[in-house]
Design a protein around this ligand. Structure first.
Ligand code: C2E
Ligand code: MG
Ligand code: MG
Length: 741
């Protein structure tokens, strides 16, 4: 029993299921077979005519075929239509055989019909044909055996021949069935493979969190994954003909190529990051990756698109977190985009003056708060539509369309707005800004405008800050010179400093006796080109770059070394100290160390000269620092006294021991009674505050006389000696005293 059922199962396995042809393929096959059937009418008619007249057999055959053709064409369902075609074929073959009086070869037509009908791959027409053929042979074989079988044996025994013909047709049909069955199972395997890879693809496509879509080259959206639907809020099923142009995303830059254009252009993979607008006006940054699928003729068939929403990343990169303005990167990108316009572009470059002092003095959170307030003020001062950025720290940049005048007007407003007190937690800050302005007529050069505005800002800063400067070509030259000076200075500091940065000494003379009482140490630079340069060429750059710190230490060291060497021959040495040096956190400890290393008998023999600029600069704990210097026993001198605005105020607030009267008061003193009066007054004031005075710039004998007349204690100037190298200074020390020439 089990064996039988197994056998039946095996057998069934060999029998095709049938009906597996897809509707469109079936329709094509059916059309072909119907056409073939219709053509038999023409063929039979031709045959009839050739055989000498269209007889009754022909007429019946044709009249039976025609309704089959008509039914095959008109009927909707598959089964009946195909059965009609099969019956039509049986009739055509039967008619053909009859018209040729049962010619054996005419029976071949049945085999042709079997092969043709196998195209349906369906049991209904196939079966109908087999049944109809057998019936036809049996019936016609019996009734009209001469016209059915063209040889004697069959005529005498038609039933057996009907069976024989049936078996032959059945065998032909059986082999067709095997072929059909094999194709079916091969197709099933191919389908299974396809289903599996489709399943893989579906998992990759549908489960990924990355929005993906498949498009045709004309932009029609074939398929999107759930992530894509969620991302763009699309319905579950997209309307017919839904196109990329119907997506709720519009590129911000109308000049940018669309994905489709880029795909068509490059042919292969495409990747770009672009900003789009959503219908609600918000913007999205999308990183698009796409790949084109091409056919054998290299025509673009499908486009696969991956979209990464990088809005958040872009926002972080393009926006300054503290102020919400653009970041440097965002600004540069936007600027490059506006460069596509045709108008001139002006750039404002702003830097808050002495902002470091705010951070140091009031704390970083107050500093941040102030920056936020300033960002708001800046935004209000520049025309709407300007690009506004913070370049980090206390630097702001704005780019506005329009000529220099527009930018200058905005820049002036900014300077005024930044000078308004800024309320922060725990008080108000008084700030100021330096602003540089530059304009380029060609927007393609906007980047250069930023550099130029930076240079102009720098010039504003050098000029004291709280002001606006318009870029000029000289500024660029000056910047270049400073760069050269800095390089030279670095080189000098790296070399043997006693050779590359020699310190020279200028005698300070007692007015009454003409004896040398002290010396001012002044630095020179001997660069690689062999030229000796004065401090005017390198102290500025040294200050700006911070190189003044090692330079100042070198001068201090040399001065102390000489002072010790000269012993009792010289009372003191005066050394210039720049604001930047003084503001160094470890200035006082370094000074103490150098004093200790030199082993100087009396620290009061060292005088540090500071200028009014040092006092004005925002050194957080200046008074404490000056006191610390005094505590070491070192004396302080107020240098260039009288050149600043508030010199007299300093006299009472700075613990100075010496006042160095600027040479502008001394020059021509003998011929100017007013100068003499001022000097007398300063002398009196200094004396009453316990300070001594040195007058600088004594060039003529008359100056000496005049200063002696007002009882100035010490003087310095070319009249006695310019600053000279150590050996020459020692020669001066050996001559007993300067005398009136
Ligand atoms: P300063 O401290 O006021 O130095 C005096 C300057 O006046 C020196 O110029 C000196 O050569 C010049 N001088 C002296 N007597 C006369 C005179 O009779 N007539 C005229 N016309 N000039 C006279 P120098 O050496 O070129 O120095 C210029 C400035 O550079 C100094 O002004 C000082 O501020 C700065 N400096 C020089 N050496 C150093 C240093 O080692 N460190 C720092 N921080 N600054 C220095
Ligand atoms: Mg000086
Ligand atoms: Mg001076």
């Amino acid at each position: 029993m089990g064996q039988v059922s197994r056998l039946r199962g095996r057998l069934r396995g060999w029998i095709p299921t049938g009906g597996g042809v897809r509707p469109e393929d079936w329709a094509r096959r059916h059309r072909l077979l119907t056409l073939l059937l219709a053509s038999t009418v023409v063929g039979l008619t031709g045959l009839g005519a050739a055989l000498g007249g269209l007889d009754l057999v022909w007429l019946v055959t044709v009249l039976l075929i025609l309704p089959c053709v008509l039914g095959a064409v008109r009927l909707r369902g598959r089964r009946l239509a195909s059965i009609l075609v099969a019956l039509g074929f049986t009739v055509a073959c039967g008619g053909f055989v009859a018209m040729l009086d049962g010619l054996t070869e005419a029976h071949f037509s049945f085999f042709i019909a079997v092969a043709a009908l196998a195209l349906y791959r369906d049991w209904a027409p196939f079966g109908a044909f087999l049944v109809a053929t057998t019936l036809h042979h049996a019936a016609f074989g019996a009734v009209a055996s001469e016209q059915t079988y063209g040889h004697h044996g069959a005529v005498t025994n038609p039933l057996m021949w009907a069976v024989l013909h049936g078996v032959a047709v059945l065998m032909a049909a059986g082999l067709q069935t095997v072929a059909w069955r094999l194709t079916e199972s091969e197709e099933q395997r191919a389908q299974a493979d396809l289903d599996e890879s489709e399943a893989h693809l579906s998992i990759a496509f549908d489960q990924t969190p990355v929005p993906m879509a498949i498009l045709t080259p004309d932009g029609a959206i074939r398929r999107v994954n759930p992530a894509y639907r969620r991302w763009l809020d699309l319905p579950e099923t997209l309307p017919d003909g839904f196109n990329v142009r119907d997506l709720p995303l519009v590129p911000t830059d109308p000049n940018s190529l669309s994905l489709l254009e880029e795909q068509a252009r490059t042919g292969s993979a495409v990747a770009f990051t672009r900003e789009y607008h959503r219908p609600d006006g918000s913007s999205v940054w999308v990183e698009v990756h796409s790949n084109g699928l091409r056919d054998r003729q290299d025509r673009l068939r499908l486009i696969f698109v991956h979209c990464l929403d990088v809005t958040e990343v872009q926002r972080q990169v393009r926006q300054d977190a503290l102020t919400g303005l653009l970041s440097r990167a965002g600004f540069e990108e936007e600027l490059a985009r506006t460069a596509a316009g045709g108008e001139p572009v002006s750039v404002l470059y702003l830097d808050v003056d002495r902002f470091k002092a705010v951070n140091d003095g009031s704390g970083h959170s107050a500093g941040d708060e102030a920056l936020r307030v300033l960002a708001g003020r800046l935004t209000r001062c520049v025309p709407a539509g300007s690009l506004i950025a913070r370049f980090g720290g206390d630097e702001f940049v704005a780019a506005l369309p329009g000529p220099t005048e527009v930018a200058v007007r905005a820049g002036r407003a900014v300077v005024a707005a930044f000078a308004e007190p800024v309320p922060v937690a725990g008080g108000r800050l008084q700030l100021a800004a330096s602003v540089g302005v530059a304009t380029v007529s060609d927007p393609g050069q906007a980047e250069q405008a930023v550099l130029a505005a930076d240079t102009a800002m720098y010039a504003a800063k050098r000029a004291g800050g709280n002001r606006l400067e318009i870029f000029s070509e000289q500024m660029r030259v000056a910047v270049r010179q400073r760069i050269v000076a800095e390089a030279r200075l670095r080189e000098a500091l790296a070399g043997d400093r006693d050779v590359t940065l020699p310190v020279v000494f200028q005698p300070i003379v007692s007015v009454s006796t003409g004896h040398i009482v002290g010396a001012e140490a002044l630095v020179r630079m001997r660069a690689a080109d062999g030229l000796l340069r004065g401090p005017g060429e390198f102290i500025g750059p040294a200050e700006e770059t911070g190189l003044i710190v090692p330079l100042g230490e070198h001068v201090l060291c040399s001065a102390l070394r000489q002072l010790r060497r000269w012993g009792q021959d010289l009372d003191y040495v005066s050394v210039n100290v720049s604001p930047r040096q003084l503001s160094e956190a470890d200035f006082v400890p370094t000074l103490a160390r150098l004093l200790a290393e030199t082993g100087l008998d009396d620290p009061a023999r060292l005088v540090l000269e500071i200028t009014e600029t040092a006092l004005l600069s925002t050194i957080a704990d200046l008074p404490a620092r000056l006191d610390a210097i005094k505590a070491l026993g070192v004396r302080l001198a107020l240098d260039d006294f009288g050149t600043g605005y508030s010199s007299l105020t300093w006299l009472q607030s700075v613990p100075a021991d010496v006042v160095k009267l600027d040479r502008s008061f001394v020059a021509g003193l003998a011929r100017d009674a007013r100068k003499a009066s001022i000097i007398s007054a300063v002398l009196w004031l200094a004396r009453s505050l316990g300070m001594t005075v040195v007058a600088e710039g004594v060039e003529e004998a008359e100056d000496w006389d005049a200063l002696r007349a007002v009882d100035c204690p010490a003087i310095q100037g070319y009249y006695f000696s310019p600053p000279v190298p150590v050996a020459d200074f020692e020669a001066l020390l050996r001559t007993s005293a300067f005398v009136h020439r």
